[in-house]
Design a protein around this ligand. Structure first.
Ligand code: ADP
Ligand code: MG
Length: 617
């Protein structure tokens, strides 16, 4: 048989390599920013259009390239950063694989302008799908500008695979944060669709964090500082009381490179042990300086994973130094730094003798008793004997094959016999209702086959979600004009997120007169939103966008509807009168999907008569 193996042509090899290096516009942003930093730039400007899908441009004032280097830079494995394999063990640059520009040029329209300051004239190169379209001598400023247009123009499948602009833009912001936080000594600016999103002057790390995450961040930061033989740690952790559900503000930088490390993340978390609310994550911005010889960055093409020689010591040192900082700033009890914190006994117990645990039981406690501020009305639903037609609304609703004749209303509860002892108030006449609020959290209602327990918050979210979604998709929204414009302030990241959702916000009924870089003016709000709720809705929306990214079914309209539903819904703990309770129940079952909340959690559960009866056996 004839030989069948062939070498792939370069442009094909480059396209394949591009699949590893360039997943989305944010990958281009990362590679170009890193190249600018490696070139010694002190000022870097990033310009984007349509979340980078149409354009990513990076301009720097770094060392630039000679005409020959400019052409060579697009070849695969062309790099100025390493020469020998040994160099890999002493990396001081971000790049070293020489793949980024070749990969990008294989899947986009690229234009490079570059000049070294010792040269009179610079170079202008146009490359499209790995083919050089032109190369000329040109009058250009010192430094380098690279324009990447129409990403994946020649791989439609990849282009279609890109997410909405909101999501892609969020990824870009993440990359931008990572690079900007690692290099506070470099000035960065970012523009999206013609407007400025960030302008970060040269500063120190603390200022950089504050410039990115907003002035409120400043008082929340606790410095962490520790130098040992194997690592120098510097940076900040967030005070525990400001920890968040989201993991958005967690940054490790190793020798100036952002990395992900579940292992080190665990070290930080364990330093915060006992200080965080359940499920919350600590905020941190931590620089680790280690000998380049002691790490291996080469294990992942996008280089966010890294291998350390001595991970265990690193873990211990990191954990101890964060504990120490938290202690010093009297957030945690002060601990002896030299010893393992786990061995420490809290001060108040140190000189106490052990005593037997003692359990107090409140024998008068009754789970059905009313909440103290919850007066008169609701406690009597089980009293109702007259089965009117109301229950028939729920016939067939998840009834688990119980006798349809068994009317829940006919059941005799203990409360029938001894209402005084069970309820601390005598039921009044108007209190004969079909619903009852339990612990300001659940609505109890009767159904033919048994009992219905509704989570008031989730149910209301479902109701609002469906109504917002309907209005937004049918564009049936009505706005109410505000008497005075409402000015709201946000960080520029937050504004950028809101801006990317502007169209959807407008279809949902918001009207803006101004969309600045740090504030926006609202002049109209959706019909059922009050002015005082606007700030809350936007804040919720921003945090939802942060959390929603991994979800591949992301749609901005859906997210907005969910988020507004969450902001405006009746919360757990809110007392509802009977009309409100009944209205909630009726509206829930008028929904298309009453049984789950917008986040797919159950909105209600039923307890069949059979099950109840079993409990009394
Ligand atoms: P790597 O960064 O891994 O070396 P790249 O493909 O990203 O590979 O870049 C190839 C080469 O092009 C770099 O090694 C560098 O010499 C040159 N280069 C790229 N971007 C710039 C820039 N902004 N300024 C100066 N030189 C650059
Ligand atoms: Mg590079």
């Amino acid at each position: 048989m004839a030989d069948i193996i062939q070498l792939l042509p370069d442009h094909v090899a480059n396209q394949i390599a591009a699949g590893e290096v360039v997943q989305r516009p944010a990958s281009v942003v990362k590679e170009l920013l890193e190249n600018a930093i490696d070139a010694g730039a002190t000022t870097i400007k990033l310009i984007l259009k349509d979340a980078g899908k149409t354009l990513v441009q990076v301009m720097d004032d770094g060392i630039g390239m000679s005409a020959t280097d400019a052409r060579l830079s697009f070849e695969r494995h062309a790099t100025s950063k390493i020469r020998t394999a040994e160099d890999l063990f002493g990396l001081h640059t971000k790049g070293f694989r020489g793949e980024a520009l070749a990969s990008i040029a294989a899947i986009a329209h690229v234009e490079l302008k570059t000049k070294q300051d010792t040269d009179e004239l610079g170079t202008h190169i146009i490359i499209e799908g790995s083919q050089v379209a032109s190369q000329e001598v040109a009058v250009v400023p010192n430094g380098t500008s690279i324009l990447v247009k129409n990403l994946f123009f020649n791989i439609p499948a990849r282009r279609n695979f890109l997410k909405s602009n909101t999501v892609e833009f969020r990824h870009i912001i993440d990359e931008f944060h990572r690079v900007a936080l690692a290099h506070p000594d470099i000035a960065f600016s970012m523009f999206h669709n013609g407007s400025e999103v960030f302008r970060l002057g040269t500063s120190n790390m603390r200022q950089r964090i504050v410039n990115i995450f907003g002035p409120k961040t400043n008082e929340r930061l606790v410095p962490v500082e520790e130098t040992t033989e194997i690592v120098a740690i510097s940076g900040f952790v967030g005070k525990p009381e400001f920890s968040k559900k989201s993991k958005a503000e967690q940054f490790f930088f190793v020798n100036g490179r952002f990395i992900k490390s579940p292992y080190l993340n665990h070290a930080v978390k364990s330093a915060f042990e006992g200080l965080l609310k359940d499920g919350n994550n600590p905020t941190y911005f931590i620089n680790l300086k280690v000998d380049p010889k002691s790490i291996d960055i080469n294990i992942h093409p996008t280089k966010t994973e890294i291998k350390f020689d001595d991970e265990h010591s690193l873990y211990a040192i990191l954990r101890a130094s964060i504990k120490h900082s938290l202690g010093q700033f009297s957030i945690a009890p002060v601990l002896d730094f030299e010893r393992d914190g786990n061995l420490d006994t809290p001060y108040e117990y140190r000189y106490k003798n052990g005593s037997l645990p003692h359990i107090e039981v409140d024998r008068t406690f009754n789970p059905f008793a009313e909440q103290p501020k919850n007066t008169s009305k609701q406690a009597t639903v089980f009293k109702s004997k007259n089965a009117n037609n109301w229950e028939s609304l729920y016939v067939g609703l998840e009834s688990k094959g119980t006798d349809p004749e068994a009317d829940f209303g006919q059941m005799v509860f203990e409360s029938e016999q001894s209402s005084e002892s069970l309820f601390d108030k005598q039921p009044t006449m108007d209190a004969i209702h079909k619903t009852y609020q339990l612990h300001n959290k659940y609505i109890v209602s009767t159904v033919r086959s048994g009992m219905l327990l509704i989570d008031q918050n989730r149910a209301h979210q479902r109701i609002l979600y469906e109504s917002f979604l309907e209005r937004m998709t049918l564009r049936k929204t009505v706005s109410q004009q505000l008497l005075f414009p409402l000015q709201l302030h946000f960080t520029n990241t937050e504004i950028a997120v809101l801006k990317s959702l502007r169209e959807d916000l407008e279809t949902s009924g918001f009207v803006f007169s101004d969309f600045g870089t740090e504030s926006l003016d609202v002049v109209g709000v959706p019909m059922d939103v009050s002015e005082s709720e606007v700030q809350l809705i936007f804040a919720q929306l921003i945090s939802d966008v942060e959390q929603e990214i991994p979800d591949s079914h992301f749609s901005a309209t859906d997210l907005l509807a969910k988020s507004m539903a969450r902001s405006l819904s009746i919360k757990t703990g809110q007392t509802l009168n009977n009309e409100e309770q009944e209205h909630l129940v009726n509206s829930l079952f008028a929904c298309k999907e009453p049984s789950v909340s917008p986040n797919n959690k159950p909105t209600f559960t039923t307890l069949a008569l059979e099950e109840l009866e079993k409990k009394f056996m």
